[in-house]
Write a new protein. Structure first.
Length: 101
């Protein structure tokens, strides 16, 4: 089972951040340290992660990330979160921290 994480409680240090937005949106701006996650790399990304470490899934507004977080929890990840408000909510709260590229 995944948990919800508010933007106020989110500290992207020490957590794996997986961004499920489309590649163009990710390149235009993302949370520092975030990794893109999509159908083409999901198996490789899951294999590279420690299933006991915290994982935060980020989408545009916090809706699609819930399904992806649920999927990761079903795959045995024990500490999975969906970021409420998504990247857009985070960007509004932290406009000076957005990373492009």
């Amino acid at each position: 089972m995944f948990k919800h994480l508010s933007i106020a409680d989110f500290d992207h240090q020490g957590q794996t951040v997986l961004d499920i937005r489309d590649p163009q949106s990710f390149t235009a701006g993302h949370i520092p340290g975030a990794q893109p996650l999509d159908n083409s790399n999901v198996q490789a990304v899951m294999a590279s992660l420690d299933k006991t470490q915290p994982v935060v899934v980020v989408c545009y507004h916090g809706n699609s990330s819930q399904s992806a977080a649920g999927f990761l929890a079903e795959q045995g990840f024990s500490d999975v979160y969906s970021l409420d408000g998504g990247f857009e909510g985070w960007r509004l709260a932290h406009p000076d921290q957005v990373v492009a590229g």
